[in-house]
Write a protein of this length. Structure first.
Length: 462
């Protein structure tokens, strides 16, 4: 499901990296004016240049190489999402230009910032007066403020820092991403039936409360796959894909062939731009499905390619055209290849089979947003909210669609509603700040930064 990135899932850090690329591009231009060959060959300038070109990115407060520079990592296909429109979960995916090729994705990723930096909401993402700072920095270096060897000193410092960050990133175990982080205070610990309570709260749309009850359940019964699965679904709808993935991973550990878990993991990893993982779980869903397992070739699991997985699901849709889940996955896969008309058609077919599925309406809205149909997307999101009024992700996505039409005051109201329902929705807070800036409502920035929900709701009622 998904964000000025609409989400099957959530906002990712890619937008910050776009802004960082633009800022470091200005810095690199200023620094490159220094004629000193020693400075021109410094590691610091090389570092800034790599940041500005997108070869290096900021991820989880760490400097990392862009995904497209890592061999055999299919997640790089996701990084082409910004060429057309930055506003949807589907833009986290990329087109498989050559069935079994990787170079095309790397080339596409290298160009991803060209069209996006003109979008006002991205430009407003971080107004740091970088040009002024860059000019001042360049002038100070030229005047020798930092000493005669300042270029090399800066270069050595940044090079050492970069090496440390890369080593830390490479050494960080994958298990950390799959470790669930429990809430500090939980009133449902000791409840006689926390699973039943969690299910009831989920049905009522009280997602943050449902999380607490379901956490109490899995603490009480760590091998309860259903408890972990519902906890993962709740986090996904509450706009937290990292916790959703950690929950679903625990659910899969308890029940490795659970089809709902495998499908949910495929969608959540899609939202997180982790294509290799997404394809693995979607393929696992097909491989473990009693109707479709005969379609799977044992050799294929060794190296999963988008075209192969899409072909298998197309065959599955021909076997069981009434299976809504097949059409949902095809909708995801067609977004992956940017075939938006096909993606919309697949999701509309799924909705004919499951018209009361609010999450499907949200997916349709995100797909329409990908294909620059924000007005249509709003109608789909509204349908999702009619079915489930406390659907945090749809409220946030609604705000995105208004913002992408330049209707920032309207978008603010929807973001405020989203963060009021889930104060921990960090990405919604980020987009709220963007829209406040774009709407010239800097008077409310302090309220946003301090997360003063009461004041924001009073100022921006919906």
């Amino acid at each position: 499901e998904q964000m000025q990135l609409a989400s099957i899932g959530q906002i990712s850090a890619k937008d910050m990296n776009i802004a960082s690329m633009e800022q470091t591009r200005m810095l690199a231009h200023t620094l490159s004016q220094d004629a000193d060959p020693k400075f021109q060959n410094s590691k610091f300038l090389q570092f800034v240049s790599k940041m500005s070109s997108g070869e290096l990115i900021v991820d989880d407060n760490q400097i990392k190489p862009a995904v497209s520079s890592l061999p055999h990592d299919w997640a790089n296909e996701f990084q082409t999402q910004n060429n057309a429109n930055p506003n949807s979960w589907a833009e986290q995916f990329a087109q498989d230009q050559v069935s079994h090729g990787v170079d095309a994705w790397a080339n596409d990723f290298a160009n991803k910032g060209k069209n996006i930096v003109d979008d006002q909401w991205v430009n407003e993402f971080s107004k740091l007066n970088v040009q002024d700072w860059a000019d001042e920095f360049g002038q100070q270096v030229g005047e020798g403020v930092f000493g005669s060897n300042s270029a090399d000193d800066w270069g050595d410092t940044y090079d050492k820092y970069l090496d440390e960050q890369l080593v830390t990133s490479q050494q960080r175990p994958d298990m950390l991403r799959k470790t669930y982080v429990f809430s500090d205070m939980n009133p449902y610990v000791g409840h006689p039936d926390p699973l039943g309570k969690g299910q009831d709260l989920f049905r009522k749309g009280l997602l943050s409360e449902a999380v607490l009850a379901l956490e109490a359940e899995v603490m009480k019964n760590p091998n309860n796959a259903e408890g972990w699965r519902l906890l993962g679904i709740t986090h996904a709808e509450n706009d937290d894909d990292q916790q959703a993935i950690a929950s679903m991973w625990q659910a899969q550990e308890a029940d490795p062939t659970n089809l709902e878990v495998l499908l949910a993991l495929g969608v959540s990893h899609t939202n997180e731009l982790e294509k290799s993982e997404a394809l693995k779980y979607l393929y696992g869903w097909l491989k473990n499905h009693p109707k479709y397992r005969t379609l799977v070739s044992p050799q294929l699991s060794e190296s999963l390619y988008f075209a192969d997985v899409a072909r298998l699901f197309t065959e599955a849709s021909q076997i069981s055209p009434e299976d809504a889940d097949i059409h949902v996955v095809l909708g995801v896969l067609y977004n992956l290849s940017r075939e938006y008309d096909k993606a919309i058609s697949s999701l509309e077919t799924a909705l004919k089979l499951k018209p009361q599925d609010y999450s499907l309406w949200n997916k349709l809205g995100a797909t329409q947003a990908n294909s620059v149909q924000s007005a249509d997307a709003i109608l789909a999101y509204q349908k999702a909210l009619d079915l489930k009024p406390n659907y945090v992700r749809a409220w946030a996505n609604m705000g995105i669609s208004y913002a992408n039409q330049g209707l920032y005051e309207d978008s603010i109201r929807y973001y405020v509603r989203a963060v009021a329902m889930n104060p921990k929705a960090d990405t919604a807070w980020q987009y709220l700040r963007i829209s406040l800036s774009c709407a010239s409502r800097t008077d409310m920035m302090d309220a946003c930064d301090s997360r003063n929900i009461d004041l924001l709701q009073k100022e921006f009622p919906l």
